[in-house]
Design a protein around this ligand. Structure first.
Ligand SMILES: Cc1cc2nc3c(=O)[nH]c(=O)nc-3n(C[C@H](O)[C@H](O)[C@H](O)COP(=O)(O)O)c2cc1C
Length: 309
């Protein structure tokens, strides 16, 4: 039987050939990954969150192992938007990768300024707005934890961006009402949502009687957080079924990815799994396509949100 399978997915006005993306911060700007596979094979590469100015990140140690995940407090280490646009973007374009640029700021104006800097840049397929950052104008309270601050960021990016590509806003699971935040950012102009960022955690070194990370707390990622991601995606898809969700959190196999898709994700980003296996995204992609076919689907779209009955 020669059945064609439609693996495409859509965010806003853009179609992507398959739903497997990288997760921001877990594939840099793609250079290392390109030694392992052709970046064109990804639905899209999501870059490490980029800030207005170069940043060296937090003090070390900034990684700790946990039983089924890792804790990191890298902070927003990176080259800053100027070097990123001069070096990283042209390189990714030359490789034919679809590029989703992740942006992060410490003030509303920084987000606005990043959105303006992306104007006229050729070859972008989307922007992911990382709002899990401390707002220096409000006692360091994370934007993503406050509905009004989340709205203000999204409105300012929407006003200042000019590309005809989708704006995907990445939410934090560290809130009591993620659906409330999701509604706020969608009504402010987001075309899609990315769920979830890392979960705030902490590890104590019992010999030294001190927190293991210099930053004291860090973001938990990997298999430990997958049920949290599934829950958040399920809740948000249930409330906003027409808003595409890029799901992430502990995915390392096709089965894991399918769980997020059944919960309501239109795409799946691979993060921590890439550190142990640089080919993880390709493994997940192949396994997912086979599983969907085995389950009798002729396209990805019919599987999205299937767990909602
Ligand atoms: C080392 C590391 C760095 C990260 N950096 C970013 C970042 O710059 N921006 C962002 O939005 N998320 C960042 N994340 C969060 C991931 O993109 C992802 O949301 C989270 O890790 C859950 O997926 P996973 O369990 O597959 O890693 C980072 C995660 C890790 C582990």
């Amino acid at each position: 039987m020669n059945s064609t399978f439609d693996f495409r997915t859509r965010f806003g006005n853009r179609y992507f050939p398959n739903p497997i993306f990288t997760a921001s911060g877990c594939a840099g700007s793609g250079k290392e990954l390109s030694n392992f596979f052709d970046l064109k094979e990804l639905g899209a590469l999501v870059t490490k969150s980029i800030a207005v100015r170069p940043r060296s990140g937090r003090a070390t140690p900034r990684m700790a192992e946990t039983p089924s995940g890792m804790l990191n407090s890298i902070g927003l280490q990176g080259p800053g938007i100027d070097q990123f646009l001069e070096v990283d973007i042209p390189w990714l374009v030359s490789k034919g990768a679809r590029i989703v640029v992740s942006i992060s700021g410490e003030t509303i104006e920084e987000y606005a300024s990043l959105a303006r800097r992306l104007r006229g840049i050729e070859g972008l397929s989307g922007v992911e707005v990382n709002i899990s950052c401390p707002n220096v104008e409000n006692r360091g309270q994370v934007f993503a934890c406050d509905p009004l601050a989340s709205r203000a960021v999204v409105e300012s990016v929407r006003r200042n961006m000019a590309g005809d590509y989708p704006m995907i806003v990445k939410l934090s699971p560290d809130v009591t009402d993620i659906v409330g935040i999701a509604r706020e950012v969608v009504s402010a102009g987001a075309d899609g949502l990315a769920l979830i960022n890392t979960v705030l955690g902490m590890v104590i070194d019992i010999d030294g009687k001190r927190p293991k990370l210099a930053g004291i707390t860090g973001g938990l990622s990997g298999p430990a957080i997958r049920p949290i991601a599934v829950r958040a995606i399920y809740q948000v898809h249930g409330a906003l079924p027409n808003v595409p969700i890029l799901g992430m959190g502990g995915v390392s196999s096709g089965r894991d990815a399918l769980e997020l898709i059944y919960a309501g994700a239109s795409g799946v980003s691979i993060g921590t799994a890439t550190f142990g296996n640089p080919n993880a995204a390709m493994t997940v992609k192949n396994e997912l396509e086979n599983l969907l076919k085995e389950h009798g689907f002729r396209d990805l779209e019919s599987a999205i949100g299937a767990a909602h009955g």
